[in-house]
Ligand binder design. Structure first.
Ligand code: GLN
Length: 174
């Protein structure tokens, strides 16, 4: 079952969490005000898989290049630049090579962030020039683009695979 999370009390019952695109300042402020941010931090800390895309990626990151009016959740050990590829006008699609995929993946980038630095714990799955645009750190998946806007479900498959992994291995929820 898929549920929308707009307030506290729902995250603790979820097997996996998706932080979607949107506007990272608005999302972060809402997460802080409602306490949902803390719930997400706790869930991720106990091994619940998280897929974060675009603004969601910014929200779960450790560090943001630009000055912001919010503190990110600090789950994913990356440094991100917001709107790194330019403004709304500079939104684009690109075929990217992804580690483990047999053929290129068409990414839809909308005022997309870019991952400009990452810790050793982070596995880079795809890059555009020197920036990472898809990364994995344990059961956290961070994507700079919008996988929900194409019919290609390969990133969703990775996320669902993480959930299955937790369910078949409840003894090790890390
Ligand atoms: N650039 C936006 C932000 O800073 C994210 C854009 C998106 O999610 N499509 O929040």
């Amino acid at each position: 079952m898929v549920v929308e999370i707009r307030g506290p009390g729902i995250v603790p019952g979820c097997d996996g969490l998706i932080l979607p695109g949107g506007e990272s300042t608005t999302i972060s402020r809402h997460l802080a005000r409602t306490g949902v941010g803390e719930e997400i931090r706790a869930a991720a800390g106990s091994g619940v898989p998280v897929m974060a895309t675009c603004a969601g990626l910014i929200v779960i990151s450790e560090e943001i290049v630009e000055e912001t009016r919010f503190v990110p959740l600090g789950l994913l050990k990356v440094r991100v630049g917001r709107n790194a590829f330019g403004s709304q006008k500079e939104s684009f699609e690109a075929d990217i090579e992804v580690k483990g995929f047999a053929s290129p993946y068409r990414g839809v980038f909308i005022r997309a962030p870019a991952i400009v630095g990452w810790s050793r714990d982070v596995e880079v799955l795809a890059k555009i020039d020197d920036a990472a645009v898809a990364v994995r750190q344990s059961r956290l998946l961070g994507l700079a683009f919008h996988p929900e806007l194409t019919a290609d479900g390969r990133f969703h498959d990775i996320f669902l695979g993480m959930i299955r992994e937790v369910k078949t291995d409840v003894g090790d929820r890390r």
